[in-house]
Design a protein around this ligand. Structure first.
Ligand code: 6CS
Length: 343
């Protein structure tokens, strides 16, 4: 029950912080770089974070949102957070070049089959606050604040996919990291990388034949318009890290850090519910507005992919060394503890 007790401890710390005497904070503006557009899960998270910070600091902290496209491409967002020209940002698949250990979230068939359990494990003291995970970001001038699962990753293609053989030679677009390329190589596909904002036309022109996104993104970026099938294998969740510039974070007062921690704890359940709501609603939008066919893989079909994904864990360790291995083993142990608890 370690993970459940861990969460109660987190809630207790939050309540203790809430009972502090009111602190007067200096006025400040924090800019947040989003990898996604308005209406996305990251946008909803950042908008609620902005509200909470406004409330908790009596209007002293004003949080400005910069949706995808306003700061350039995806890696421009991370560069801006590293240099301190923005204080906060989200980082997901493309962050692998900047924080290689973050590719642990790109591994397939590592987490449990339950999204809420995964959300709690990832945001537990044992995982998020572990020295290895924190150091992986801090050594690159970033500070991880919370982990934001945004829903199951769902494949799209113009043909049904039920087995690794169906993926043979398929030009599937992945986010830019080696772990994802290795994973889809292992499935037999022919992965390629395309910037998020160029993906619609790449799919339309047939340069990319398949795609991997949570449902809300298939809908809001209109990718479904140029793809015929959505395939649920529940092989991985889309996971972003909400992170700050390291020097900016270190320069915050302890009281301000407490307020941010309080907000991030409140956001764990908020964003879990919100992402489920968005992903459910948008699947309805897709099926109502198109002939998209939805395929859900059986346990046996998933297993065939899981077997091929297993050796990619070694690639992760080879790429990220002892620290990456520690992060992965920590995650696997937490997942295992949960399984023992629920048996
Ligand atoms: O596929 C991508 O590149 C983007 N997809 C989502 C859902 N969020 C950000 C990420 O960069």
């Amino acid at each position: 029950m370690l993970w459940r007790n861990g969460l109660s401890a987190v809630v207790a710390v939050g309540l203790a912080a809430a009972s502090f005497q009111a602190v007067a904070f200096e006025d400040q503006t924090w800019r947040v770089g989003l990898e996604e557009i308005e209406g996305s899960v990251q946008y909803e998270y950042a908008a609620e974070f902005a509200e909470l910070m406004d409330e908790k600091t009596d209007g002293a902290v004003s949080v400005e949102l910069y949706p995808y496209g306003q700061l350039g491409g995806l890696t421009d967002i991370y560069d801006a957070a590293q240099s301190g020209s923005i204080q906060l940002a989200f980082g997901s698949g493309f962050l692998g070049g900047t924080v290689p250990e973050s590719q642990v979230f790109s591994l397939n068939f590592v987490l449990t089959d339950d999204e809420w359990t995964n959300t709690q494990i990832l945001n537990s003291e044992e995982f998020l606050m572990s020295d290895a995970f924190q150091a992986a970001f801090r050594d690159r001038g970033l500070h991880p604040i919370s982990i934001v699962p945004e829903g199951w990753q769902v494949w799209s293609a113009n043909k049904p996919i039920r087995t690794p053989e169906d993926m043979n030679g398929l030009a599937i677009r992945t986010m830019d990291n080696r772990l994802l390329r290795e994973t889809y190589d292992a499935y037999g596909a022919d992965p390629l990388t395309v910037e998020y904002g160029e993906l619609y036309s790449a799919l339309q022109l047939g340069q990319a034949e398949a795609n991997i996104q949570p449902v809300f993104a298939h809908e809001e970026m209109a990718f479904y318009e140029v793809q015929d099938y959505l395939i649920f294998a529940n092989h991985a969740q889309f996971i972003a890290t909400f992170m700050g510039n390291k020097d900016w974070w270190d320069g915050l007062s302890d009281d301000m850090k407490d307020v941010v921690h309080e907000a991030r704890q409140e956001l764990v359940e908020y964003i879990h519910n919100k992402q489920q709501e968005l992903n459910t609603e948008r699947l309805d939008t897709i099926t109502e507005n198109s002939d998209t066919e939805v395929i859900r893989l059986s346990e046996e079909q998933r297993q065939a992919f899981a077997e091929r994904a297993q050796p990619v864990r070694e690639v992760f360790v080879e790429m990220t060394g002892d620290r990456g291995e520690q992060i992965l083993n920590n995650l696997l142990n937490l997942v295992e503890e949960h399984r023992e608890d629920s048996e």
